[in-house]
Write a protein that binds this ligand. Structure first.
Ligand SMILES: C[S@@+](CC[C@H](N)C(=O)[O-])C[C@H]1O[C@@H](n2cnc3c(N)ncnc32)[C@H](O)[C@@H]1O
Length: 205
């Protein structure tokens, strides 16, 4: 893995993508996922996410399903590249829809797309593809939660891809979305802080 990280630093995009797939489809991901539901662990963040989630919600990178029960089962679809995460999510919430997807697969149709500590794991060369697929799936709103500062890239224990909020603002514009809300919140599960960014599709007259 160290060797792979060295190669990533030397700009080998295909290795970066493979690194992310290996990392999350292997044991690492499941060992590091939180057990308590988001509603219990971080109710103040859950309340913000819930406030802005409209219509059918697709959570990309749903992990073991700890965010899902914020929403009614008939308005939620959870997808993840990790088979183990999806198996755990299905065991946790049998009435909910969870699907394992391939790294480059199209997303299911939904009005709201939620990325809860997920885009930090999407390498720079894949981030536009994620926005392209979100738009294609009909997203009217995108909710992103993570710590938005590139500064963390140099300190992450594993290869992560933290971005500044202005990186996401730029991407949003490129794909026809506008920032509607931005929050700085305290996070128990992450040592410093988190940000919630709400992006809305710019509706044409
Ligand atoms: C830090 S975990 C967060 C899981 C969940 N959102 C939560 O907060 O408990 C990141 C999750 O994103 C998934 N993931 C990483 N890259 C992904 C991608 N490109 N597409 C879909 N899922 C991805 C991983 O398998 C992992 O389950």
């Amino acid at each position: 893995m160290n060797n792979c990280r060295e190669m990533i630093k030397n700009n080998k995009p295909e290795l970066t993508k493979q690194y992310v797939i290996d990392k999350w489809s292997g044991q690492y991901g499941m060992n590091n996922l939180y057990n308590s539901s988001l509603a219990e662990a971080e109710p103040h963040i859950g309340a913000i996410v819930l406030k802005y989630a409209t219509g059918i919600i697709c959570e990309v990178g749903c992990g073991n399903g700890r965010v899902a029960n914020l929403f009614p089962h008939n308005r939620y679809i959870g997808i993840d590249i990790s088979k183990k995460a999806i198996t755990a999510a299905k065991e946790r919430l049998p009435g909910y829809q969870f699907e394992k997807i391939k790294y480059d697969a199209d997303y299911p149709e939904a009005q709201t797309f939620l990325f809860y500590t997920v885009l930090v794991h999407v390498p720079d060369e894949s981030i536009e593809s994620v926005f392209t697929r979100v738009k294609k799936a009909g997203a009217k709103r995108i909710i992103i939660y993570e710590a938005m500062t590139r500064w963390f890239r140099q300190y992450s224990r594993h290869q992560n891809f933290h971005r500044d909020v202005c990186d996401y603002r730029g991407l949003a514009k490129q794909f026809g979305y506008n920032e509607s809300h931005f929050y700085v919140v305290k996070s128990k599960s992450f040592p410093w802080f988190g940000n919630v960014l709400i992006l809305d599709l710019i509706e044409k007259d």
